[in-house]
Design a protein around this ligand. Structure first.
Ligand code: GDP
Ligand code: PGA
Ligand code: MN
Ligand code: MN
Length: 611
């Protein structure tokens, strides 16, 4: 693409291992040219111009969404593909029963064939990036190679990337330090022969999203969708990082991080793990409805947490942008997300395009009279089909968030006071439950269940176990992962660790409506959580943990009857008894690998339900 885009040996780096990896990939994938990404504004303009020229991007109206773009994917490439995602550990046992496995050599043989010539006619982009802070004690470097300009542009929003990252790697090397980086190879899998016109959204029916945990390496093929293709996010910051975290004694989790300040000016930090499309981004940017409370955002999807010298659990957000679910986002549900995207510099994928050069999606205010749906078809409010894919996304810089906490920029992160686990359950799970202790909290996380969503391909609305909301992201044996959680509790001072809670914003009434209004009203639950930590709020002890007494939850000004609140908080013993066989079956999957204390927790739960 640019004049200086050349292949090695004139590659713009002294990192010999990086140069040889790039050469090796180029020799295999045979791109037309190679572009080393700088991360500059000029590069962004060149990339987005090229994407507009090929029809992948439509530039939005500059007055409405400055420097922003609309993209519609191939209708088959809209979400993470969990059945095509592999953990290729050397030993199958290290992959565990919840992941797909293939022997590394076998997988590499298959994928080398696919990669052979796969970038023909395309530019190969080399993206040096860092997850987390460049100033971190040990910066978490990566280099993504991709043949997708869409991925390259999106990576610039979602991760710290470009020349300054490369220079830092070189500096550290020159200073004699060992510079580790995760090689992350991506191809859309659609080579172009001489004269062949490109399509708007190149991809391949054959897809592989592969992690090699021992080598700390990622190979992805066939998809351009965010979670499959922006390899710093799910593949590195969760799957590979969870393996690093196991080995080094920290936690890589699918969690938002928020800062909560009470009317008295007391600050607490909360991390929360909900499965994809279950409310992390919304909670991270919550606008409280209760007077005097303030929420600031630190992260909306991933938390890396380490025990600090003070014995507390410190969390950083390794990302640089938000990759948020568009449908349902509006001025009422998430005013801060709206402000973030309205500043511009964003990419919208699989939403609807309006005639005046803006975007629209289900749940947004003011439906347009006419629009083009994500499938490229004419759309009106009377249309039977959705204007936007349920997993359509906005990709926007985190620095634009009007309530971003200053601590976002602190490489030390923030000390977490409370961890929330949550899912999407129509029944059974109360609005909020407090765990008795760390092991009980780990049990809550390990047995977390949620209805499947459009964030992954496959059926929607099916209840499944999604431990710690990490089912698709644990890079090793989930039984060992539970052990790792138990160990973190055992090796550290319980009094300094976060308290654990289980929440459910999605319980339904008999008519099928949500029992709890959610969104900004979730501040009432956060308030109760904080007051519990400080020993101020009342709770009732139930077989499943501590739930609020009706008086302890602040419902002043809330448009709900006390009966409705009671229904949202109810612990229904029969419903819980019906959960037990599913939990038992789930635990049996892990055999010897399951920590025995989790069986003990289950026995205790059964006994309390029967009492
Ligand atoms: P994430 O994928 O976990 O970050 O989830 P999001 O915050 O993007 O939310 C996913 C979907 O759930 C969106 O359509 C939201 O509008 C919806 N949602 C988020 N929070 C709530 C809530 O508190 N109540 C209800 N009913 N829906 C919610
Ligand atoms: P989400 O992120 O958790 O915000 O949905 C994307 C994903 O998990 O696929
Ligand atoms: Mn996620
Ligand atoms: Mn999100």
């Amino acid at each position: 693409m640019t004049a200086d885009a050349t292949t090695a040996p004139t590659a713009p780096t002294t990192l010999t291992e990086l140069r040889s990896w790039v050469e090796e990939v180029a020799a295999l994938a045979k791109p037309r040219d190679i572009h080393w990404c700088t991360g500059s504004d000029e590069e962004w303009s060149e990339l987005t111009d090229a994407l507009v020229a090929t029809g992948t991007f439509v530039k939005l109206d500059e007055a409405k969404k400055p420097n922003s773009f609309y993209a519609a994917s191939d209708p088959t490439d809209v979400a993470r593909v969990e059945d095509r995602t592999y953990i290729c550990s050397v030993d199958e046992k290290d992959c565990g029963p919840t992941n797909n496995w293939m022997a590394p050599a076998e997988m590499k043989a298959i994928m080398r064939k696919l990669y052979d010539g796969c970038m023909a006619g395309r530019t190969m982009y080399v993206i040096p990036f860092v997850m987390g802070h460049l100033e971190a004690e040990k910066p978490m470097f990566g280099v993504e190679i991709t043949d997708s300009a869409y991925v390259t542009a999106s990576m610039r929003v979602m991760a710290r990337m470009g020349t300054h990252v490369l220079r830092r790697m070189e500096e550290l090397k020159d200073a004699g330090e060992e510079v580790a980086w995760v090689p992350a190879l991506h191809s859309v899998g659609m080579p172009l022969v001489e004269g062949q016109a490109d399509v708007k959204w190149p991809c391949n029916d054959t897809k592989y999203i592969v992690q090699f945990p021992e080598e700390r390496m990622i190979w992805s093929y066939g998809s351009g969708y965010g979670g499959n293709a922006l390899l710093g996010k799910k593949c590195y910051a969760l799957r590979i990082a969870s393996v690093m975290a196991r080995d080094e004694g920290w936690l890589a989790e699918h969690m938002l991080i928020l800062k909560l300040t009470s009317p008295q000016g007391v600050t607490k930090y909360v991390a929360a793990a909900f499965p994809s499309a279950c409310g992390k981004t919304n909670l991270a940017m919550l606008a409280p409805t209760i007077p005097g409370w303030k929420v600031e955002s630190i992260g909306d999807d991933i938390a890396w947490m380490r025990i600090g010298e003070d014995g507390r659990l410190w969390a950083v957000n390794p990302e640089y942008g938000f990759f948020g679910v568009a449908p349902g986002t509006n001025e009422h549900t998430n005013p801060n997300a709206m402000k973030t995207i309205n500043i511009g510099n964003s990419v919208f994928t699989n939403v609807a395009l309006t005639e005046d050069g803006d975007v629209w999606w289900e749940g947004l205010e003011n439906p347009p009279a006419h629009a083009t749906s994500w499938k490229g078809e004419p759309w009106t409010p009377e249309s039977e089909e959705l204007s936007s894919h349920p997993n359509s996304r906005y990709c926007t810089p985190i620095k634009q968030c009007p309530i971003l906490a200053d601590e976002y920029d602190d490489p030390r992160g923030v000390p977490i006071d409370a961890i929330l686990f949550g899912g999407r359950r129509k029944t059974t799970i109360p609005l909020v439950t407090e765990a008795r202790d760390w092991v009980h909290g780990t049990f809550m996380g390990a047995t977390l269940s949620s209805e499947t969503t459009a964030a992954a391909t496959g059926a929607v609305g099916v209840v499944r176990r999604d431990p710690m909301a990490m089912l698709p992201f644990i890079g090793y044996n989930a039984g060992d992962y539970f052990n790792h959680w138990i160990t973190v509790g055992k090796d550290n001072d319980a009094a300094k660790l976060p308290k654990i809670f289980y929440v459910n914003w999605f319980r339904r009434d008999d008519e099928g409506g949500f029992l709890w209004p959610g969104f900004g009203e979730n501040s009432r639950v956060l308030k109760w959580v904080i007051e519990r930590i400080d020993g101020q709020a009342e709770a009732v002890e139930t077989p499943i943990g501590h739930v609020p007494t009706p008086e302890s939850l602040d419902i002043e000004g809330l448009d709900l009857t006390p009966e409705q609140v009671a229904q949202a908080l109810a612990v229904d013993v029969e419903e819980w008894k019906a959960e037990i066989p599913g939990i038992t079956e789930w635990f049996e999957k892990f055999g010897e690998q399951l920590p025995t204390v989790l069986w003990t927790e289950l026995d205790g739960l059964k006994a309390r339900l029967d009492a």
